[in-house]
Design a protein around this ligand. Structure first.
Ligand code: PLP
Length: 423
């Protein structure tokens, strides 16, 4: 099946007489006849549902769909994108470990990695992702366990050089983890370019209507944990909290997701509600249509802004003049995303005046949904970062993040034009 068809037919596959749409299993618990049946589930001796904190059939069908879209072997839903990125790293890193992340990533992830995970004894080095491979290699240490980046960065919309980072990660015996939120598997499938694990904030395009916060982790099954067994004892040595199960021995290519579910979800409990998983599935059914429209609109808006003399600069990898155009053509030939960033001449004050004059586009701490919205990272999402950290993350104080919805492009452009007239 092509990806457009998979969006509708992967995951839940109704049998004779069953509901055609994915049922919502709104239940905390699942019933069994004998205590032995239940015991086997707890021991991971048989598979089945017993408590929604660990697994729920509605969630699993949606995870299965996203897994098929990305071309992975196993996947899990989480309560948010933050939880997905936290689990993705914490599943293979513990106190005393180190990992490398691109410095151009979502502000929430930057804080999670740089501040909160540091308190857990896990150190993250943020690197300039444009550095050549030999420079980046210098940041690896004996205790480095992973490399992390975003396909298209939020909010600076730069494009990740998969081949460079996959080479680096693999030549140092660690997996490459990529947050594919902005591209979605419709525009880019990181596993095809060497990534080992993919994460998503499904809150964005996948949901698409801004109704539910959620996340997802997908494992390609390609990383051989046993080849670097000493680096990943959590996967390759017995888990005392599961009667001595060794995940790689018992679950093979399913080891990573099984461990994340049975350990991390059990202990941290960041499960997505089945109701939200249902909404997410509805969103996925039209993802291909929406992503195309988002991209067409963003390109039209980027071209308009690029030729307007009140605009200081525009970044959108779909523009032929953009620094990331060639990289985007290589990794995302069908389009990048509906988000672009730009600055209005006159600095921070002019930007704020412009934003406050918009009528159709709303100022929202959101991005990548059906209705056009925008925000000013330096005053909103990234306000916890110092001026120095903002610059390190590539965010200038005048940057406006503009998320094109699926309205008519002319209406979006007219709104921008009238707001520019006010400054
Ligand atoms: C929004 C976002 C996140 C965080 O996701 P939540 O669902 O808000 O927790 C992570 N990564 C990227 C790229 C995002 O855009």
């Amino acid at each position: 099946m092509k990806i457009d068809t998979k969006l509708l037919h992967e995951g839940y596959k109704p049998q004779k007489g069953e509901a055609r749409q994915l049922p919502i299993y709104q239940s905390t618990t699942f019933a069994y006849d004998t205590s032995d049946e239940m015991g086997k589930l707890f021991d991971l001796e048989s598979s089945g549902y017993f408590y929604t904190r660990l697994q729920n059939p509605t969630n699993d069908k949606v995870a299965e769909k996203i897994c098929a879209l990305e071309g992975g072997v196993a996947a899990m839903l989480t309560s948010s994108g933050q939880a997905a990125n936290f689990y993705a790293i914490f599943n293979i890193c513990e106190a005393g470990d180190h990992f490398i992340a691109s410095s151009s990533i979502y502000g929430g992830t930057y804080n999670l990695f740089g501040v909160t995970m540091k308190k857990m004894g896990i150190e993250c080095t943020f690197v300039d992702q444009t550095l050549p491979e030999e420079e980046l290699a210098k940041y690896f240490k004996p205790n480095t366990k992973a490399v992390f980046g975003e396909t298209i960065t939020n909010p600076t919309v730069t494009v990740f050089d998969f081949e460079k980072f996959a080479n680096l990660a693999h030549s140092h015996g660690v997996p490459l983890i990529v947050d594919n939120t902005f591209a979605t598997p419709v525009n880019c499938r990181p596993f095809e370019w060497g990534a080992d694990i993919v994460t998503h904030s499904t809150t964005k395009y996948m949901d698409g209507q801004g109704v539910g916060v959620g996340g997802c982790i997908v494992d390609s099954g390609n990383f051989d944990w046993t080849k670097y067994a000493d680096k990943f004892p959590g996967l390759t040595t017995p888990d005392e909290s599961y009667h001595g199960i060794t995940y790689t021995e018992k679950f093979g290519k399913g080891a990573y997701i099984t461990k994340a579910t049975s350990q991390l979800m059990r202990d941290f409990g960041s499960i997505q509600s089945p109701q939200n998983a249902f909404y997410l599935n509805l969103g996925l059914e039209t993802l291909h249509l929406r992503v195309k429209r988002h991209c067409d609109n963003a390109l039209a808006v980027a071209e308009f802004l690029n030729s307007n003399d009140k605009i200081a600069w525009v970044h959108y990898a779909g523009l032929k003049t953009d620094k990331y155009y060639d990289m985007a053509q290589k990794y995302l030939p069908n389009g990048t995303c509906g988000v672009l960033c730009f600055a209005v001449k006159g600095g921070r004050e002019a930007s704020i005046r412009f934003m406050d004059s918009l009528k159709l586009a709303s100022i929202a701490t959101h991005v990548a949904d059906a209705k056009t919205c925008l925000l000013h990272p330096a005053s909103h999402t990234h306000r916890q970062l110092s001026e120095e950290q903002l610059i390190e993350a590539g965010i200038s104080p005048d940057l406006i993040r503009f998320s094109c919805g699926i309205e008519d492009a002319d209406d979006i452009i007219d709104d921008i034009r009238q707001a520019l007239d006010k400054i």
